[in-house]
Design a protein around this ligand. Structure first.
Ligand SMILES: C[S@@+](CC[C@H](N)C(=O)[O-])C[C@H]1O[C@@H](n2cnc3c(N)ncnc32)[C@H](O)[C@@H]1O
Length: 234
């Protein structure tokens, strides 16, 4: 796979200009030029993210993906649609979010058809763990929605358990998802008759005052950050 091209939509947080790129990323996260910030974790081919961003040009969208081929695909879509409100990071969201994001800046999180990682030795790659959810809760504003879709009943079950075990979330009606674009995987599921299970969880204030749990101090967070740039099979 050739390296990704330099592109204003790509935040190259680990590249040769990492410091400048991290600054550019932080500016985007807190920019007043858009009316809110929404996050997609594992955007795959970028069908959902690009369509949603085109429909809401006033909102800023940030996508995380661990496969460079998918970033390339999204770059092409951004170019085709002339989008200026989308940025992407090629990295594991778990290693970047603890040090990149300030508290409470995200208005919506989408996790659509996350990899189930069936094998026991791969369970550590699962995203729907209380630890990862607590880390994401920190960056969500109170009232922000975390939307999940899956065709795997065990993933929906894991989500229910993990959200219930994470302070600062309550279950919400997934009706908010009805009018959103469909991701590539969702279109495939509907075509071949697989179930599509939807979940929505709202960020609510916790007794400690609304934030989530910080996972590790700054030094530890920086240390784990470089583990994020690994390729995976979808
Ligand atoms: C089954 S695919 C679904 C893609 C897309 N959301 C869809 O619905 O068509 C899961 C995606 O999540 C990405 N992914 C897996 N773990 C990730 C992580 N820790 N951070 C960011 N993306 C991740 C994979 O590379 C893959 O593209």
């Amino acid at each position: 796979m050739p390296p990704l091209p330099r592109d204003p939509s790509l935040l190259d947080l680990y590249g040769p200009d990492a410091e400048a790129e991290r600054e550019r990323a932080r500016e985007f996260l807190t920019a007043s030029s858009h009316t809110g910030l929404q996050l997609e974790i594992g955007f795959g081919r970028g069908v959902f993210l690009s369509e949603l961003a085109a429909a809401q040009p006033q909102v800023g969208f940030l996508g995380f993906e661990v496969r460079s081929r998918n970033c390339l695909e999204l770059l092409k879509r951004i170019d085709r649609l002339g989008l200026t409100n989308v940025r992407m990071v090629l990295a594991d969201v778990r290693s970047v979010s603890p040090w990149l994001f300030p508290d409470a800046v995200v208005d919506a999180v989408y996790m659509l058809f996350p990899d189930p990682w069936w094998k026991k030795r791969h369970h550590k790659r699962r995203l729907l763990t209380p630890e990862t959810l607590a880390s994401l809760r920190r960056i969500m504003r109170p009232g922000a929605l975390f939307s999940l879709k899956t065709d795997v009943p065990q993933t929906a079950e894991l989500a229910d358990q993990s959200f219930a075990a994470t302070p600062g979330f309550e279950q919400a009606y997934p009706r908010a998802l009805d009018h959103l674009p469909r991701s590539h995987r969702e279109r495939r599921c509907l075509k071949v008759g697989l179930p599509v299970l939807s979940r929505c969880f709202k960020a609510v204030p916790t007794s400690e005052g609304g934030g989530g749990v910080h996972s590790g101090g700054p030094a530890q967070r920086e240390q784990t950050a470089f583990a994020g740039r690994e390729e995976r099979r979808c």
